[in-house]
Design a protein around this ligand. Structure first.
Ligand code: F0G
Length: 405
């Protein structure tokens, strides 16, 4: 088990606190896959409770006693028959990450990232966040008795997420800037070793998130979807999920790979633009803007990993408008009973758009990832809904309303 630069191949010990290579490249964790293959089988995996830690051999942990968990992962994979009919597709699933302990997929990353912090013996952890990362880190730091500092873009964090970060006891700092500015600031603190950084530039966090890929195969009875559609912000999650599929392939659990398809918001789509130019580098957005505040990010740090995942899987990248996002959010709630936050609904909006454009085949087996719970952003949901009906306590009026459609 080593940290390895995806650009120059240089390796580092896992106990070295370093977030990027000396050459500036991103790091990933690599394992001895032959060894994992010999230790693991589908049957042994299935004997354990579903969730992130079912896949222990694939995770960068040396001392199991140091694991910090709130029982993350094991989220439902819903077959969506009503949406299949609505959109005209054969086989559609939603992997609902809003069902995690703090309501987003970030918990998968934090259980591993904070466990690593525990193993390293660090006492202060921190992150920049559009909201969910801060909520999750605050919870896992509370559980492991660490000090936690989070930097948020003022006025651009959904209410539920802000409430969580504050309530779990993190030191919450709002900056007069956006997520990208906040990330630069916490990176500086990390370079000066004042905090252990738990943004997705930390490769250990992505190790937890790759279990989304593992679980999809597991829940489809070891079959692989043709396509996985993922909302993209800082671009860690799509990269992590792809790594999960590749590692299951490398260890003989599966023998096919899905097309990784990333969806961004119109006002924050540097990865989509790079993809459409067939480029490997992005041009950052200075002023990203979207109702999907979770993915309001102009300079995604994991862009090289995400673009590699999209290109090498034969996937795609597309952007959707705020209107399309809200429509998709409503559709998912009203057709399937699944309430997600706006950023999450971008995967459904992207599916709809790519079906219309003829990029996605209607016969594909598709999994859309919904990344965060709808209650995270109650303001967005209320804004997109009709006002409740107000009446006096009069049963006849009530009966009349009941008859209306
Ligand atoms: N969906 C939700 C609900 C998110 O909170 C995020 C990222 C994403 C999608 C995008 O994932 O960054 O791995 O591409 N939220 C981060 C945060 C940035 O601070 O909570 P990504």
């Amino acid at each position: 088990m080593l940290q390895k630069c995806i650009k120059c191949g240089k390796t580092y010990d896992v106990d070295e606190i370093i977030y990027t290579c000396e050459c500036g490249g991103l790091l990933e964790i690599v394992y001895d896959y032959e060894e994992i293959k010999n230790r693991i089988s589908k049957e042994t995996l299935r004997k354990r409770q579903i969730g992130v830690w079912r896949y222990l051999e694939y995770l960068p942990v040396k001392d199991e006693r140091k694991i910090v968990t709130l029982f993350e992962g094991g989220t439902p994979l819903y077959r969506c028959k009503n949406l299949e009919k609505e959109l005209g597709v054969k086989e559609l699933y939603v992997k609902n990450e809003g069902a995690n302990p703090t309501g987003s997929f970030k918990d998968r990353g934090m259980t591993v990232g904070v466990t690593r912090a525990n193993e390293l013996g660090v006492e202060v952890v921190g992150c920049a966040s559009t909201g969910n990362t801060s909520a999750s880190l605050a919870a896992y730091s509370a559980r492991s008795g660490k000090k936690c500092i989070v930097l948020l873009p003022e006025g651009k964090v959904a209410l539920g997420k802000l409430a969580q970060a504050m309530f779990y006891g993190a030191k919450v700092i709002q900056i007069n800037g956006n997520f990208d500015d906040a990330l630069e600031m916490v990176k500086q603190l990390a370079r000066e070793k004042l905090i252990y950084l738990l943004n997705s530039i930390n490769p250990f966090r992505l190790e937890g998130q790759k279990t989304i890929g593992f679980e999809i195969c597991d829940q489809l009875n070891w079959q692989v979807p043709d396509r996985v559609i993922v909302p993209v912000g800082n671009a860690g999650n799509i990269s992590a999920i792809w790594k999960g599929f590749r590692e299951f392939e490398a260890t003989g659990i599966i023998d096919e790979l899905p097309k990784m398809t990333g969806i961004q918001a119109e006002g924050a789509k540097p990865i989509v633009e790079a993809f459409k130019r067939k480029a490997k580098d992005i041009t950052p957005y200075k002023n990203p803007e979207t109702i999907a505040t979770a993915i309001r990010i102009g300079n995604p740090v994991n862009a090289p990993k995400a673009l590699e995942a999209i290109y090498s899987s034969g996937g795609y990248a597309e952007a959707v408008s705020d209107e399309e996002i809200v429509e998709a959010q409503k559709l998912l709630a009203r057709k399937e009973g699944i309430f997600v936050e706006p950023a999450s609904a971008s995967s459904i909006a992207g599916l709809k758009k790519l079906l219309d454009e003829g990029i996605i085949d209607r016969d594909e087996r598709i999994v859309c990832i919904t990344t965060g719970h709808g209650l995270k952003d109650p303001d967005a949901a209320i804004r997109a809904s009709e006002e409740p009906i107000k009446i006096e306590c009069d049963i006849d009026v009530l009966k009349k309303i009941l008859k209306e459609d």
